[in-house]
Design a protein around this ligand. Structure first.
Ligand code: 4NP
Length: 152
């Protein structure tokens, strides 16, 4: 069993979209019950809220339903629960590294950037930003799926 946690700042734009995209790709190859996928935010402003309507819309245009997702804040236990924790940008990675250092976890998840470049925060921009984010996440999840399927 491999499990993946996507992390952004608010858990309403980028990471829930990444979660939905990877879940859909896993379902297509019949691995959705074997690989756990979740998402969380480093911040707590949106805890309990549904994903941003712009992420919901772009997901829906691509046949992906984000409706059931609710934002939560990442916590120290996540470093024990997940095999792989993937940060959307350098700030998220730095915040996660601080949290991980504080956690003193015996079994620490692998903590990495999801992509070599930052997935830009689309929250304060227009719809084009969500298209850019979708394309980056879709390509990245395609590559991630190939890596994960080598392990199962
Ligand atoms: P996310 O986007 O980190 O991709 O979910 C953001 C959502 C909310 C805020 C910032 C980024 N905010 O400042 O409230």
């Amino acid at each position: 069993m491999t499990s993946v946690l996507f992390v952004c700042l608010g858990n309403i734009c980028r990471s829930p979209l990444a979660e939905g995209i990877l879940r859909a790709k896993l379902a297509r190859v019949g691995l959705d019950t074997r690989i756990g996928v979740d998402s969380a935010g480093t911040g707590n402003w949106h805890v309990g809220k549904a994903p941003d309507p712009r992420s919901v819309a772009i997901a829906a245009q691509n046949g992906i339903d984000l409706a059931g997702l609710r934002a939560r804040q990442v916590n120290v236990d996540d470093f024990q629960k997940f095999d792989l924790v993937l940060a959307m940008d350098g700030d998220n990675l730095a915040d996660l590294e601080t949290l991980r250092t504080r956690s003193g976890a015996d079994r620490a998840a692998a903590l990495r950037r999801f992509l070599p470049e930052d997935v830009p925060d689309p929250y304060f921009g227009g719809p084009d930003g969500f298209q850019t984010v979708f394309d980056m996440l879709d390509a990245g999840c395609g590559r991630l799926l190939r890596t994960l399927t080598q392990d199962v």
